[in-house]
Design a protein around this ligand. Structure first.
Ligand SMILES: CC(C)(COP(=O)(O)OP(=O)(O)OC[C@H]1O[C@@H](n2cnc3c(N)ncnc32)[C@H](O)[C@@H]1OP(=O)(O)O)[C@@H](O)C(=O)NCCC(=O)NCCS
Length: 144
């Protein structure tokens, strides 16, 4: 909980429509087991918040927010955060992990593709500024 102000400050710097501290506190309250911060020698350099959505017959993990500080990107930190969340979601019985990404955020889309996510559909005007979102999904087909 002590890292929330740092995480909210990072969020404000990196995103157009940032979550505030309350948004992160709510994520921590509702989904404490799928909220992780990357700590490098005492410095918070990244974070991920995910939730679990129970649709009755299917349970899915949902990455709601993820970022790594620009100077630490491309070093495997974001990938490890995603793997950590994936593990927790699988333990909680999820069949996969989904996320939304801006159509303009090509770098993140490529990274997610490399991490095993596929584009499944588009939601028009998803973001507050009217930009469309691409929904990406990674199924946990461990038995294949
Ligand atoms: C998306 C983000 C969290 C990824 O974090 P990261 O630490 O840079 O990612 P990693 O270095 O762990 O890379 C993960 C994988 O993508 C690959 N990758 C990294 N940068 C890449 C790029 N620019 N293009 C294509 N692939 C890339 C890596 O090689 C790695 O694959 P590997 O495990 O097979 O080697 C980070 O770029 C970020 O904070 N972006 C700004 C905020 C943002 O857009 N958040 C997502 C909102 S939906």
């Amino acid at each position: 909980m002590k890292d929330i102000p740092t995480i909210a400050a990072m969020e404000k710097e990196y995103f157009k429509n940032p979550w505030d501290e309350k948004g992160f506190m709510d994520a921590l309250f509702y989904y404490p087991g799928t909220f992780f911060a990357a700590d490098l020698c005492g410095q918070i350099v990244g974070f991920v918040c995910a939730g679990i959505e129970d649709g009755g017959s299917t349970i899915y993990g949902h990455i709601m927010n993820i970022a790594v500080a620009p100077e630490f990107r491309g070093r495997g930190i974001g990938g490890r955060l995603i793997q950590r969340v994936e593990y927790e979601c699988a333990v909680l019985g999820a069949g996969g992990l989904q996320l939304e990404v801006r159509v303009s955020n090509i770098t993140a889309q490529r990274i997610y593709q490399k991490m095993g996510f596929s584009q499944v559909f588009l939601i028009g005007g998803y973001y507050p500024d009217g930009e469309d979102a691409i929904i990406m999904l990674k199924s946990f087909d461990y038995c294949e």
